[in-house]
Design a binder for this molecule. Structure first.
Ligand code: GUN
Ligand code: ZN
Length: 431
């Protein structure tokens, strides 16, 4: 069925860079987005496109509101929803004190499914239509998140966490079960509708060499799956990994030598890399997930966007809930601005939006399907209404340009301002 959506349309065509290049974005003040069977068929001036619509095509009126692509969260743990905002620790102690105990509960599939339902509804409420998600070590927790995403028609990447040492007994798998369970889940879910599988070793500290070898074997055998893990997040973590893997040049070198550094490898954090690491990541076609709220909350460090982009690495934005403190990509963009500002780097609104849409789609190698409004892409989009909360309405009234409005929405907006989320052309229902 053909559908049309009229409003102020904004999307990225390329990376606007640190100066917010106008040529990298398209803004159509009175625009029309036309979809057919969940796919974008055209985007342009409403006055040009309205006459060509079929007589019975419904036109949804979002005049005065902003239509942008759905947000893409490049790294998040659905199982950590209930420990978001837990006090006091840096990474390794935080894992022991909060993350591992809450993940134990996901052996129970009913619990996993109920968290997955809440989690995905909360993503949609916040305008996030696609995410790369860590489940837990329990295969049933992977079934739960995929089934919940399938019910909502969402494009989603997820995988079973692999961890066989330096973690509580109840959360351990083995090199053999890691291989067999991942393969069974891949067969069941990878490429089913809009779902994709990620081989998910938690991080080098919680996998034995034998398990990393299993993961690397899977990564070679199934090159169109993703590899999703953590990299160089925290100094203490890095010191431990250097002890566990002596003789490796760097943390990244561990992943590389086990065959986990390749296209469709997505590494969360990437805070402590050197030029050699960055060059290697770029050469191998791996991507980085920038997790500002997590990096600040856990006291991990500051992500160097400039160096990553200069090296030619694709970067997408991510919440990393529950180390991250917000499900909102608007909040994540505003914290990204601050992280970069502290380092003398700038993040104009258009580039912040890029990192949460087309840039994130590129990082996940999903830009043929999502990320902007190019005809042929899937119709995942959201409607932002500056009038939907008091402070954004007031600030919008004095905004002189779209750029100023967007920047204010990034800092002041929240889920109240996201008045509709469309997935595959359908309006998402959540309570
Ligand atoms: N490194 C290994 N596991 C985790 C996790 O659950 N969260 C974060 N932020 N870093 C990790
Ligand atoms: Zn994480």
């Amino acid at each position: 069925m053909q559908q049309a959506f009229r409003g102020s349309i904004f999307h990225c065509l390329a990376d606007p860079g640190p100066h917010g290049e106008d040529s990298a974005v398209e803004h159509i003040e009175d625009g029309l987005l036309v979809t057919e069977a969940g796919v974008i068929t055209s985007v342009g001036q409403a006055a040009d496109l309205l006459p060509g619509l079929a007589d019975d095509t419904p036109v949804q009126d979002y005049c005065g509101k902003l239509i942008v692509p759905g947000f893409i969260d490049c790294h998040v743990h659905y199982s950590q929803l209930d420990i978001i905002a837990s006090y006091g620790e840096q990474l390794l102690d935080w894992l022991d004190r909060y993350a591992y105990p809450t993940e134990m509960r996901f052996a129970d599939e009913a619990h996993a499914r109920s968290v997955a339902d809440f989690f995905l509804d909360d993503l949609l409420r916040n305008g996030t239509t696609t995410a790369a998600v860590f489940a837990t070590v329990f295969p049933q927790s992977v079934d739960a998140i995929f089934a919940a995403a399938e019910d909502r028609g969402m494009r989603l990447i997820a995988g079973k966490v692999l961890m066989d040492e330096h973690c509580p007994e109840g959360l351990r798998d083995t090199p053999e079960s890691a291989y067999a369970d991942s393969k069974a889940l891949m067969d069941k879910w990878h490429g089913k509708g809009r779902l994709g599988y990620a081989i998910t070793p938690r991080f080098a500290l919680t996998s034995s060499a034998a398990q990393l070898e299993s993961a690397g074997r899977l990564a070679a055998e199934y090159p169109d799956t993703w590899v999703h893990t953590h990299l160089a997040e925290n100094q203490e973590e890095i010191d431990e990994i250097a002890k566990q893997f002596p003789g490796y040049r760097s943390y990244l070198d561990v992943y590389d030598r086990f065959g986990l550094l390749r296209e469709r490898s997505v590494f969360a954090h990437c805070l402590y890399l050197d030029d050699i690491d960055r060059k290697l990541m770029a050469e191998k076609g791996a991507a980085g997930a920038f997790c500002p709220t997590s990096n600040l909350f856990l006291g991990s460090g500051l992500f160097d966007l400039q160096s990553m982009v200069d090296a030619g690495i694709r970067v997408g934005l991510a919440t990393d809930v529950g180390g991250g403190t917000s499900m909102s990509m608007l909040r994540t963009m505003s914290e990204a601005y601050k992280v970069l500002h502290l380092q003398g780097q700038s993040l104009p609104a258009s580039r912040a939006l890029f990192l949460a849409t087309l840039g994130a789609a590129r990082a996940l190698d999903l830009d043929a399907a999502i990320g902007n409004f190019e005809p042929g892409k899937e119709a995942d989009f959201i409607v932002l209404d500056a009038g939907a909360s008091h402070i954004t309405a007031r600030r919008a009234a004095s905004a002189q340009s779209l750029d100023e409005l967007l920047f204010a929405l990034i800092f002041l907006g929240d889920d109240r301002n996201i008045i509709a989320t469309y997935v595959g052309g359908a309006l998402s229902q959540y309570d």
